[in-house]
Design a protein around this ligand. Structure first.
Ligand code: NDP
Length: 273
């Protein structure tokens, strides 16, 4: 039995945004469960720091907004040992956050958020699915880390909320496509692929520290008060942890979650459903 209680021996995982926060936490959990894990992000140093001490975590520098870079990431993954495919578990986690009132959201900010948070998951999940199908993996798992703002919104985050709402549309449509695979009775058609989203509330990660700093700068509130404001959004009045997201990802990637498809799993203390 592994420390996480899951056994992903012989499985290969690609995690974008694996150099920090939630992505780094998921990478460690999957590696501790026996998987080989490829982590991608733009900063080599943070990726290498996550991989340190693990001989089954492999860093790869990649900007998820660039189509060729995402293809290169999966080529790199394919060249790694274990499974025959590039990856049979793909987690589109890379994301950025920024806030501004709609009438002050300039085209540059909008384009940047949509590129990383929506085009990034599109390129990652599309390439991941193509590789899973090409390798005829026995099981395929595609997961997008969306947000509770994929289901509801707050003021001043129109670009971010739009990008995360978009991710849910991507996940739901792709889920119906993979569900249809293998239903015609043809032996060559692949079964057992799922596509799901995880929708966390505010997390205790670097991204939220930046959001708190932003509230302090714009409102003059103390850091403590700004943090309390973010806590207040959840019925549980707290931030959520990368570990809670990682636990959900382990479960969705496990064989026991084969029937869970097209879902948007909230980890927000009951704020959304
Ligand atoms: P972090 O800022 O710690 O992690 C985001 C990661 O994405 C970084 O490692 C960053 O690495 C990577 N990244 C950003 N842009 C790109 C890019 N263009 N190409 C490749 N990698 C990129 O934040 P979290 O761990 O909190 O966020 C993880 C996910 O969870 C995001 O999708 C976020 O939207 C979502 N989320 C976060 C919440 C929160 O409160 N923090 C709440 C709900 C959802 P690098 O800069 O090196 O590229």
């Amino acid at each position: 039995m592994t420390v996480t209680g899951y056994d992903f021996t012989g499985r290969k995982v690609v995690i974008t945004g694996g150099g920090s926060g939630t992505g780094a936490c998921m990478a460690r959990h999957f590696a501790e469960s026996g998987a080989h894990v490829i982590i991608a992000g733009r900063r080599k140093s943070t990726l290498e720091a996550v991989a340190e001490g693990f001989d089954t975590i492999y860093p790869f520098v990649c900007d998820v907004t660039i189509e060729k870079a995402v293809a290169d990431l999966f080529d790199f993954a394919e060249a790694k040992e274990t499974t025959q495919s590039a990856a049979d578990i793909v987690i589109a986690n890379a994301g950025i956050a920024a806030s501004a009132p709609l009438d002050k959201t300039d085209r540059g900010l909008w384009d940047q958020i949509i590129a990383v948070n929506l085009t990034g998951p599109f390129l990652t999940l599309r390439e991941g699915l193509a590789r899973i199908k090409a390798a005829q993996c026995q099981q395929g798992r595609l997961i997008a880390i969306a947000s509770m703002t994929a289901k509801r919104a707050y003021p001043y985050i129109s670009a971010y909320a739009a990008s995360k709402h978009g991710v849910l549309g991507l996940v739901k449509s792709a889920a119906l496509e993979v569900a249809a695979l293998g239903t015609s009775g043809s032996e060559s058609e692949q079964k057992n692929i799922t596509v799901n989203a995880i929708c966390p509330g505010y997390l205790d990660t670097e991204m939220t520290q930046s959001s708190i700093a932003n509230i302090v700068e714009k409102t003059g509130l103390s850091s403590k008060k700004a943090a309390e404001k973010l806590h207040s959004f959840s019925p549980q009045k707290r931030l959520f942890t990368a570990d809670e997201v990682a636990q959900a990802a382990l479960y969705l990637a496990s064989p026991g979650a084969s029937g869970i498809n097209g879902q948007a799993l909230s980890i927000d203390g009951g704020e959304t459903w």
